[in-house]
Design a protein around this ligand. Structure first.
Ligand code: ADP
Length: 523
């Protein structure tokens, strides 16, 4: 990709910034060729990679190098976009929001600094991937389980900082962060919580600071570059039981949510319960053309046939309980009795006991896997996906309301409906997967229009996305409209005060520093 410079930076200024960066990290770790820019582009994007182009990437090896680069970036007025492993598929991968921003690739900082078997936490650098941490846990035979997102090829910290979600009792990944070290926009270095005191052993144990608690202010944020953080882990349970129900009808999702949510809120169910619709199972069985060979959306009658043929429900609930065997059994009885009030069929039951092998694809047991990526192959060509992910109250009424709306909009665009609800507590995350071929310009254009419509129509009903692709960060922020967008005004006041040169991730999540305010809304 050709060079796109950041706004108001001349080629000469840019070159002198690159030379200055190389003085810190060495020439090999400043990557500014056309091929390098390709490597940091969002080749999975719904559109051209030139819409969100990085000008270069720089890869520091340690905290001091991060600080030095940030100071130089201020001097040269060249903005930085920090990524951990840059695998944020469907949300922008490693690419920056604003054109010409230099990606700061933290992948070289990839140490597991601590793994505490007793107090069940680790301290990791941003480059540590889920597979790396998993391997370390296995090597040390630590009695600990991780929580992983569906597609777990990314970074433990990157995913938590992006508010990623997993399907265990530790599935709200940002909530597991405890004690953060971050480089601020002026190059200063802070530690949050008890870590604000030198050598305090409670740093990664007590989740609050003395005074305001800043940890989550560094998540989905452009206020700092996180260089290490504590992450709480789940003690490996003595036993675990998976209960699987196929749920026949589309509107059954209402009673399913009304049945599971109270048990989740009371703590009887402790995992995040993932409920995908049938297409989530189908994408693992082949390609779309094997089941429906027309470009139009798969019609209802064909869906009914497929469900029958493959013995699938419209939804599947695969619920997992963890703990001592007798306790798990007692809890399972309560869950089964509650489900039985609506559905006669008994669930399939899969017990696991300490010492049993764990399958390779057990996401609900914290095993990292990239199997859900298979979905990209459903359409064929250069397959890709986007997820429209509003958060709704976890009641049948809200879930149906949102589902009927998005299902209708998606059908109006003649696109297949593939939804899931993850009950994370008092709320459910509703992910609507939109799969398309990146090489088909008409399809890409249609998906973009569909995505716009979903954002706007859901917002009218009072629902918003919790995370989104670079291209929709401004429109989604726009939907948070209470009191004349008071949240955005507050975010931007803080941003501009801490980062007057707008050095760190301008535009992230629709938060623009004053000096780049004119870039809002631009691709
Ligand atoms: P993953 O590889 O897990 O998918 P990424 O490295 O792509 O995660 O990170 C996702 C997003 O999180 C990035 O685009 C960036 O906005 C933010 N992020 C990642 N690492 C950091 C960090 N160390 N400090 C601040 N923000 C970060």
């Amino acid at each position: 990709m050709k060079l796109h410079l950041p706004p108001r930076v001349s080629p000469k200024q840019f070159q002198s910034a690159m030379t200055a960066f190389a003085g810190v990290v060495g020439k090999a770790w400043v990557m500014d060729s056309d091929a390098d820019r390709d490597a940091y582009a969002d080749t999975y994007a719904p559109g051209s990679t030139e819409e969100w182009p990085a000008s270069a990437a720089v890869a520091p090896a340690n905290v001091e190098e991060v600080r030095a680069i940030v100071r130089l970036a201020n001097e040269h007025k060249v903005p930085l976009w920090p990524v951990a492993r840059g695998k944020n598929l469907g949300y922008g991968t490693a690419a920056p929001r604003m054109e010409g921003t230099v990606v700061m690739d933290l992948g070289r900082m990839n140490k597991v600094l601590e793994l505490d078997h007793k107090l069940a936490y680790c301290v990791v650098e941003p480059g540590v991937g889920f597979f790396d941490l998993y391997d370390q846990i296995q090597r040390e035979k630590a009695p600990l389980w991780m929580s992983v997102p569906g597609n777990a090829w990314g970074s433990v910290l990157g995913n938590a900082l992006e508010h990623g979600i997993g399907y265990t009792p530790y599935g709200l990944h940002a909530r597991n962060l405890c004690g953060i070290e971050a480089v601020l926009p002026d190059g200063d270095l802070v530690r949050t919580g008890m870590g604000a005191m030198k050598d305090n052993p409670s740093w990664h144990l007590f989740p609050m600071s003395y005074g305001p608690t800043w940890d989550l202010a560094f998540s989905q944020s452009n206020l700092g570059i996180v260089t290490k953080a504590g992450v709480w882990l789940q003690p490996a349970p003595e036993a675990s039981l998976e209960l699987v129900w196929d749920i026949p009808e589309v509107d059954d999702i209402a009673w399913v949510v009304d049945t599971i949510t109270p048990l989740k809120i009371s703590g009887l169910i402790d995992q995040n319960v993932f409920i995908p619709s049938w297409l989530g199972k189908m994408v693992l069985k082949g390609q779309r053309k094997d089941f429906w060979d027309k470009p139009s959306a798969i019609p209802e009658w064909r869906v009914a046939e497929l469900l029958k043929q493959y013995k699938l429900g419209y939804w599947q609930v695969a619920l997992r309980l963890y703990g001592e065997e007798t306790v798990v059994k007692a809890r399972a009885d309560v869950v089964k009795a509650a489900m039985k009030r609506h559905l006669d069929a008994a669930p399939a039951e899969h017990w696991w006991r300490q010492g049993d092998p764990i399958g390779q694809y057990e996401t609900t047991m914290g095993v990292p896997s990239a199997v859900p990526l298979q979905m990209s192959d459903w359409i064929g060509g250069r397959g890709a996906h986007m997820g429209f992910s509003p958060v709704v109250p976890a009641t049948g009424k809200h879930v149906l309301d949102q589902m009927h709306r998005s299902r209708k909009i998606i059908a109006d665009f003649d696109v297949d409906f593939y939804a899931s609800f993850t009950i994370g507590g008092r709320f459910a995350n509703n992910v609507n997967m939109l799969m398309y071929d990146r090489d088909n310009a008409d399809e890409v254009a249609k998906m973009r229009k569909l995505f716009d419509a979903l954002i706007v129509e859901s917002a009218k009903a009072g629902y918003a996305e919790y995370r989104t692709h670079l291209g929709w960060m401004d429109p989604v922020m726009e939907t948070f409209d209470f009191n004349g967008h008071a949240l955005r005004r507050f975010d931007e006041k803080v941003k501009s005060a801490l980062d007057p040169n707008g050095i760190i991730a301008p535009g992230k999540q629709g938060v623009w520093p004053a000096n780049y305010a004119a870039m809002r809304g631009k691709a």
